[in-house]
Design a protein around this ligand. Structure first.
Ligand code: ADP
Ligand code: MG
Length: 628
């Protein structure tokens, strides 16, 4: 009997749908793209239960005739292309004719539409209402419909339980949806966007004249002030948009809003060019914020790489890389006077007139960090070649060689030259502070060698452990009331991150509540032994919470999600309250810091995974001086 069978049509369609509809945000994406392609000037997106119960997109676009509406649910039915030439120069967001049938095969869909081009004949109801369930049409009838198209998608994946299980928590799905709507809102400033979750407005952006106004609407004023304008053309590639100054950093690529010919994309080539442009300016694991529009001849971009159309291929990738890299470089160079500032530790960009001493320190730190950025320890990579251990200067030892990593520890004892190795018994087992380097790093010695400690990250680790302990001890967390309550305005993504955790915040030392639509009022923050800027803490906290879904491996139990939120609170508090670099410290203060650090369970890395200390072991010192 033949083993090869043609799959039933419904199953085949569900499999195909899997590629396009991965999660609620994918449905939103396809529907929003359709509305934009239909020339809408006003778009309303309503969502319930993170999109799994309901997604509704309404527009004022061109609409469809009853015949077109029925055809639109057939596979490979599209009004956007008809020939191979069309496919090779795509100007619309959609072109595959697969989204509507795919969505319909894994949900219950209701479409209401009216063809803007059709005249109104007396006695004829021009609108159409169509219902689909699990890919089958269940009704078709005329309706009175004023304008445009409304598509409602209910019970996503109700007939594919395996898929439904992969849905993550409501905040995670909402965060994906928010990011998507924010992206399209950035790309289409002339279109009004409204996003609601359970009747709550997450985004309400009126139509504006251009990208700058829209970026301001979406990303908010404080961030906008730290962005540089990109305007660059080379080899037929135009790059426009905004990128952040180096002190404005993020810990995920979530804040790279990238578009090619107005299509939202995820692209390694573009991300690489961006990171290259920031190579010396921000740490390797950090990301800048970028809203970048690359425009090029559509014939040079292949968008038909993947069903979701977010992956692309450039036919002249080098030209695109160069244009993006140079565009950003030039934008940052226009702010050169501010670039001496070292990342987030230095706070907002300073005016150009900083004094010479400060400048020297900054340059020193910069050069120091650059030299050591990729070296986890002082573990000297340059060591004499094996077999060149003779006394006195030798050509080989003057010419350093690259050697492999040190393996194991060398037994201590007499050096091959007969010299005694230094006596270390009198050195305390607790690390002893020797001094401070460039007012930022603490130099410390113990019996095993010398260490350089980043004072900011070390303090961050200590405060983090304290804050977490206080929250997890079960008792009430001491709150510090603000003299004057402060308000913080949230952008849609922050708002969706904030909403589900307000209760946790209020149980962990904060006092915050909504104050109008997008504004939070802060009355208290958890007490630390240092002053913190409550708004900066909350701002960072919402950034941190946005990356939570990357850690999610499914819907978290309430206990685990509480723990995650507590960790994020501790990270944000400690980062904002910790002693900054460029701060002179007394020997006592430094010793206090170092003692505290070595009482932490993990004195080696900060909660974000950055190293806290660099170690130059005694063996390496001895080896470096050819004493063993
Ligand atoms: P594609 O967008 O790739 O053409 P879809 O399955 O997303 O495929 O949509 C099929 C067709 O339905 C579109 O080509 C378009 O003609 C029509 N359509 C879908 N949504 C809308 C809308 N909101 N307004 C007007 N026409 C629409
Ligand atoms: Mg489409």
């Amino acid at each position: 009997m033949a083993k090869v069978r043609i799959l039933p049509e419904v199953l085949a369609h569900q499999i195909a749908a899997g590629e396009i509809v991965e999660r609620p945000a994918s449905v939103v994406k396809e529907l929003v793209e359709n509305s934009l392609d239909a020339g809408a000037t006003r778009l309303r997106i309503q969502v319930e239960a993170g999109g799994s119960r309901l997604i509704r997109v309404s527009d004022d676009g061109c609409g469809m005739s009853p015949e077109d509406a029925c055809l639109a649910f057939e596979h490979h039915a599209t009004s956007k292309i008809s020939t191979l030439e069309d496919l090779e120069a795509i100007l619309t967001l959609g072109f595959r004719g697969e989204a509507l049938p795919s969505i319909a095969s894994v949900s219950r869909v209701c479409l209401r539409t009216v063809d803007a081009a059709a005249g109104t004949a007396p006695g004829v109801i021009p609108g159409t209402e169509l219902r689909y369930e699990a890919g089958r049409r269940v009704s078709l009838q005329p309706v009175a419909w004023p304008q445009g198209t409304e598509i409602t998608v209910e019970d996503l994946f109700f007939n594919t339980p395996a898929r439904r299980k992969f849905l993550k928590s409501v905040p995670t799905e909402i965060s994906h949806i928010s990011r998507l709507v924010m992206s399209y809102a950035l790309a289409f400033p002339e279109v009004a966007f409204q996003l609601e979750h359970e009747q709550r407005n997450l985004l309400d952006a009126a139509s504006v004249a251009g990208l700058a106004e829209r970026t301001f609407q979406i990303l908010g004023d404080p961030l906008m002030r730290n962005l540089a304008t990109v305007e660059y053309d080379e080899n037929g590639v135009s790059v426009r948009g905004f990128v952040s100054l180096p002190h404005e950093q993020r810990n995920s690529a979530n804040w790279l809003y990238l578009f090619v010919n107005r299509r939202m994309v995820r692209d390694r080539l573009l991300t690489h060019a961006i990171r290259q442009a920031y190579r010396d300016l921000i740490p390797g694991q950090a990301y800048p914020v970028a809203v970048l529009f690359v425009e090029t001849d559509p014939r040079l971009v292949d968008v038909n790489v993947h069903p979701t159309k977010t992956e692309i291929r450039f036919r002249r990738s080098q030209d695109v890389h160069v244009a993006v890299f140079r565009g950003i470089e030039q934008a940052l160079l226009r702010h050169r006077s501010n670039l001496g500032s070292l990342a987030r530790d230095l706070g907002p960009a300073r005016p150009p007139a900083e004094d010479a001493r400060e400048q020297r320190i900054r340059q020193g730190i910069d050069a120091f960090l650059r030299r050591t950025a990729n070296v986890p320890m002082f573990d000297p990579r340059f060591r004499p070649a094996p077999g060149t251990t003779g006394d006195g200067p030798e050509s080989a030892s003057d010419q350093p060689h690259l050697a492999g990593p040190v393996r194991g520890s060398t037994p201590r004892g007499l050096s091959p030259h007969g010299d005694e190795i230094p006596e270390t018994a009198h050195l305390a087992t607790v690390p002893m502070v020797l001094g401070q380097f460039v007012e930022s790093f603490i130099v410390v010695a113990d019996r095993d060698g010398v260490m350089v400690i980043d004072q900011h990250v070390a303090h961050e680790r200590i405060l983090y452990d304290c804050a977490l302990q206080a929250m997890q001890s079960g008792g009430p967390v001491t709150a510090q009331r603000l003299l004057v309550p402060q308000t913080i305005e949230l952008n849609p993504q922050q708002k969706s991150a904030a909403e589900p955790v307000l209760e946790h915040l209020n149980r962990n030392g904060f006092e915050v509540e909504w104050f109008g639509g997008d504004t939070l009022i802060v009355r208290a923050v958890p007490a630390l032994d240092r002053e913190v800027d409550p708004l900066a803490v909350l701002d960072q906290l919402f950034h941190e919470l946005e990356s939570l879904d990357e850690l999610d491996s499914g819907v978290l139990s309430p206990d685990r999600s509480l723990r995650r939120v507590q960790e994020k609170i501790a990270i944000s508090l400690s980062c904002r309250a910790a002693i900054k670099i460029n701060t002179p410290l007394s020997l006592e203060k430094m010793q206090w810091l170092v003692d505290g650090l070595f009482h932490c369970d993990n004195p080696y890395t900060c909660p974000h995974g950055r190293p806290i200390l660099l170690r130059l072991p005694l063996e390496e010192i001895l080896r470096g001086f050819h004493r063993i």
